[in-house]
Design a protein around this ligand. Structure first.
Ligand SMILES: [Zn+2]
Length: 252
């Protein structure tokens, strides 16, 4: 993402209400409400699926790690793989809206964009029986018209502040590098894709690395105030699920 877009995102993040625009999480409650949790809380997000091979592999790794995450799903892909969408929801993950076709933002009108979101939301809610009110626009790109249209319908827009760029990775070693070099910071929203194979590799490594031992993983709506969240705020320390013995950042 260009520096200019990053600045624009930060500016909007400061100007718009947190209930409607999120690029990274900020604490909603006092530290005392966090109980014994001491590590940073981050949100993992997976875009562009479901994929018949990569999504099940990722779900297996998330389950083994005890991580609940957020999936931004493409409607037409959900229609092709409805069982996978149900499996995502039944595993306790959160489902967000990533339009029906994932069309190129600059070639998509505002009315097409909003229409796709409406169609996708209706389909996903019918399929899972769960609310699907959060939106991530393809590539994180929004024109003023699309932004205004979303704000009018009060659908929270969720972007990210940590991009793995897994879509351009050539092999698992690159994901290994990203996971070992990344230092989780409280409130981070991490972007990955289950349309590609590397997210599962990343989760498998996080489960083994000492640096992730005390990290809490939250669904993105846990950072949203009021009743915009799909689920109630539920910090979940995960140190207990980490594999023993611990291994260091080099994977040994
Ligand atoms: Zn996407």
């Amino acid at each position: 993402m260009s520096q200019l877009r990053q600045i624009l995102k930060s500016t909007l993040d400061g100007l718009l209400p947190r209930s409607l625009f999120l690029t990274q999480g900020r604490e909603l409650r006092s530290e005392s409400a966090l109980g014994d949790a001491s590590g940073p809380a981050i949100s993992l997000t997976f875009d562009d699926g479901p994929h018949p091979e990569h999504t099940p592999a990722l779900l297996d790794e998330l389950d083994a790690a005890g991580i609940e995450a957020t999936f931004f799903i493409v409607g037409e892909r959900a229609k092709c793989h409805p069982g996978l969408v149900r499996r995502i929801a039944e595993a306790g993950h959160e489902i967000g809206n990533h339009t029906w076709t994932h069309s190129e933002p600059r070639q998509t009108s505002t009315s097409q964009f909003l229409g796709e979101l409406q169609r996708t939301r209706a389909f996903l809610e019918d399929l899972t029986g769960s609310p699907c009110g959060i939106v991530r626009p393809p590539k994180g790109e929004l024109s003023p018209g699309k932004l205004f249209g979303l704000l009018k319908t009060k659908q929270p827009i969720v972007l990210w502040n940590q991009d793995t760029k897994d879509y351009s990775m050539m092999g698992p070693a690159e994901m290994g590098c990203w996971v070992t070099q990344y230092s989780p910071r409280h409130g981070d929203i991490v972007l990955m894709h289950d349309l590609h194979p590397h997210a599962a590799t990343g989760i498998a490594l996080m489960r083994k690395l000492y640096a992730y031992r005390d990290v809490q993983f939250r669904k993105v709506s846990d950072w949203l105030p009021g009743d915009t969240g799909v689920k109630s705020f539920n910090p979940k320390p995960l140190a207990t699920v980490w594999a023993e013995p611990r291994i260091n950042a080099n994977g040994r």
